[in-house]
Write a protein that binds this ligand. Structure first.
Ligand code: T1G
Length: 685
């Protein structure tokens, strides 16, 4: 049964797609669309065509599950050209998300109508691709060159109202989409010539009058595009639209598309698309598990984390009771939350009314007992086990039965915290990443006794507050921070052996990370996790902390900072390293960039393999999701596990064996890594 059906409504042929969940343009859909165009052309009684989709959305793009497999005819470029060549006017009726190939189908249609809530976009760049069915040639012709550049290189959609204003949509439909689309088709059925986007060039003058538009765009976005291949290819394809006739421009688009499709970056980003969605699934969860109802959230602590955490729920319309011990801290915390919202509003990303709405859901209090009516309570207090146990002991006495009790701890043992209560099955970790109202990653840490419905509730709530949640088991640092440990250990050792903070950070930044280990330490605070005893100096970090060099917030850390927080290598730190080196009796030597990669990145992969082996992560791809969303691992490398597979596990193992001596006595190889490397297996496919 084809997902494409046709039926007549008067002189209009209605072509309907029913291909859940997102009407992806898989082979059967493509075949059905071509057949429907032939039917329209072959029937004189048909004067116009409407293409519409059932379910949540208009075509949301090519079927990504078909990528990497032999493509079956008709390919999408042929389908869209067949739609444009139809001798009757074709009206695309858009709701939901007309994305990628879906927007290309709409662009090849002669007209486009949409409901106001619809979104139109070309997210191919997020898959390491470009719109490969004429989109890079038709979109600039309809929406203009600058808008096409913005949409194609960001992958971000625009709303139907904006699309209407720029001429990408011909009419906004209030009410029944099909009924109004048919009426619109009846209006235009006799209009000739048929408006074909491939033949329009009035909007290409933006490029013809100002060829510099492309280089200006490249320069303005260089930082954002750093390391990625697809944005540049999208720019080149749109550039071709500005200087070539459609038939040649679309050939250039095809060439650039195939070049990207055959590259590692596209494979990595397509892998990551599914990895991100797989992360939300809990292995082995009984089908009949139901989530608990979360109507009010309690947050203990109104510091940076407590405030950021609260904002996630307030922005999702969930009331929050926030508790502090002192009035001044409470006021400061709520003031910071308001300031953050107002900053967002100032950027036009929120209205003033929405700020008031969010803040109106906040109930600040000094009364710990006020948490009694909360369905979920999250503590974000000082990172100390005794403090947390005390808080959970008190919570146990006042929280209502069935309330979920969560700790925002970044490292500590959830089982130990749960044991401080009489209800360990209701306890879990919700590890937000700072700034908690911005970072998308949420590690959901399940204790040995955490009930399945508690875990499911947390995973579903994460989606509601627009987080990407990953299930983690209990261990020191869970998934992400645990992998930071070997990286930092080796980075510190490399300093003593002759590398500099700048060299180590440069290697990481050139790899594609937003910053290296020492830049990150200075940003987060060198004093995080410091024992705070200025007389106890066991390593360079202790010495820096004792000197008050706590990082950017103090104007100095591993780097010196000017008043604009611009970093520069620090002679003080260089001297400090020399002192420690002399004291350790270590001879300084030349350290290669490759050694830094092997000792800091390969060791992370090794730790990840242990995390996988111990069942702390459900699957290898979850570890990739943690590192892309939590630490900025370049998505065009897929994540540490995908990248290790790309490097080859034998190479990773070989590198670690080469470094075994220097890695030190505390380092041990993961059995899983050894087994997989020797068996020629991979982590992620
Ligand atoms: N192909 C195959 N499966 C897809 C899919 C797609 N394009 N999009 C979504 N799915 C699956 C997804 O894996 C999940 O499966 C289910 O649908 C619900 O998705 C030639 C080459 C449309 C905004 O990049 O942005 O066109 O986990 O959880 O939150 O130029 O899905 O249930 O088994 O995300 O409501 C371009 C990608 C393709 C759009 C809906 N298009 N999709 O979000 O649901 S390349 C895209 C999305 C292309 C042409 C080029 C979102 C969504 P499961 P979901 P959602």
């Amino acid at each position: 049964m084809s997902p494409i059906s046709t039926r007549r409504h008067g002189e209009v042929l209605i072509v309907t797609s029913n291909n859940p969940p997102v009407n992806a343009l898989g082979h059967a859909v493509r075949e059905g669309l071509v057949r429907a165009m032939d039917e329209a052309d072959g029937d004189d009684a048909v004067k116009a065509v409407v293409i519409i989709c059932e379910g949540n959305t208009f075509f949301a793009g090519a079927d990504i599950t078909e990528f990497g497999k032999p493509m079956q005819m008709p390919m999408l470029p042929m389908v869209v050209d067949r739609i444009e060549s139809c001798t009757k006017p074709v009206v695309a009726a858009i709701h939901g998300t007309a994305f990628g190939g879906g927007l290309e189908v709409a662009l090849a249609s002669h007209y486009r109508v949409a409901v106001p809530s619809a979104k139109l976009g070309v997210p191919e760049v997020k898959l390491g691709l470009l719109p490969g069915a004429g989109g890079t040639q038709r979109l600039p012709r309809i929406a203009g060159v600058q808008k096409a550049l913005e949409m194609a290189t960001s992958g971000n959609p625009i709303g139907a109202k904006e699309a209407y204003e720029i001429g990408l949509v011909d009419r906004l439909i209030e009410g029944d989409l099909e009924q109004h689309a048919v009426a619109y088709a009846a209006e235009v059925m006799d209009t000739r010539p048929l408006p074909k986007s491939s033949e329009r060039d009035d909007k290409l003058h933006e490029a013809r009058d100002n060829p510099a538009i492309f280089d200006e765009f490249r320069k303005a976005n260089a930082r954002k595009f750093r390391g990625f291949e697809a944005p540049e290819s999208n720019i080149r394809a749109i550039e071709a639209a500005g200087r070539l006739p459609y038939s040649q421009g679309v050939m250039e688009e095809r060439r650039l598309f195939m070049e990207l499709m055959s590259g590692t970056q596209a494979r990595a980003q397509q892998y990551f698309f599914f990895a991100e969605r797989k992360a939300s699934k809990i292995e082995g969860l009984a089908e009949d598990t139901r989530p608990r109802d979360i109507r009010r959230v309690g947050v203990i602590g109104a510091g940076t984390m407590g405030g950021g955490i609260s904002m996630n729920f307030l922005s999702a319309g969930i009331p929050v009771t926030i508790v502090e011990m002192a009035e001044e801290a409470l006021d400061r915390g709520t003031g910071t939350m308001r300031k953050n919202y107002e900053a967002t509003a100032a950027k036009g990303r929120m209205t003033a009314a929405q700020v008031e709405q969010a803040m109106g859901l906040l109930r600040p209090t000094l009364d710990f007992g006020a948490l009694a009516d909360c369905d979920l309570i999250i503590e974000a207090v000082f990172e100390n086990m005794d403090v947390k146990k005390d808080v959970f002991g008190r919570l146990d006495k006042i929280a209502k039965p069935g309330a979920i009790l969560a700790s925002n701890t970044s490292y500590l043992n959830i089982d130990e915290i749960a044991a401080a209560t009489s209800r360990p099955e209701d306890v879990l970790g919700l590890h937000f990443f700072s700034p908690a109202n911005v970072m998308k990653l949420l590690e959901v840490v399940r204790g040995a006794k955490t009930a399945p419905d508690v875990l499911l509730t947390a995973m579903q709530l994460a989606k509601k507050i627009r987080k990407v949640a990953v299930v983690a088991g209990v261990c020191f640092g869970f998934i992400g921070n645990r992998m930071l440990i070997p990286r930092q250990t080796q980075a510190n050792k490399l300093l003593l052996e002759g590398a500099t903070p700048e060299q180590i950070d440069r290697v990481h930044v050139e790899f594609g990370m937003p910053m290296g280990p020492f830049q990150m330490a200075d940003l987060a605070g060198v004093d995080i996790g410091w024992h705070r005893d200025p007389n106890r100096i066991e390593n360079i970090r202790d010495k820096l902390c004792a000197m008050g060099r706590w990082g950017q917030k103090k104007g100095a850390g591993f780097y010196d900072y000017d008043e604009k927080r611009r970093p520069s290598p620090s002679p003080v730190v260089a001297e400090l390293i020399d002192e420690f080196r002399a004291r350790a009796g270590v001879q300084s030597r030349e350290v290669t960039d490759q050694e830094i990669v092997e000792r800091t990145l390969y060791t992370m992969v090794n730790e990840a393999a242990k995390i996988l082996e111990e069942g702390v992560a459900q699957r290898a791809s979850d570890i990739d999701v943690v590192w892309v969303y939590g630490y900025g691992w370049p998505v065009y490398r897929g994540g540490p596990m995908f990248w290790a597979d790309t490097e080859g596990l034998p190479e990773i193992l070989g590198g670690l064996q080469r470094q075994q001596e220097r890695l030190g006595p505390d380092f041990s190889l993961s059995d899983l890594l050894v087994r997989k490397a020797e068996a020629g297996e991979k982590f992620t496919r």
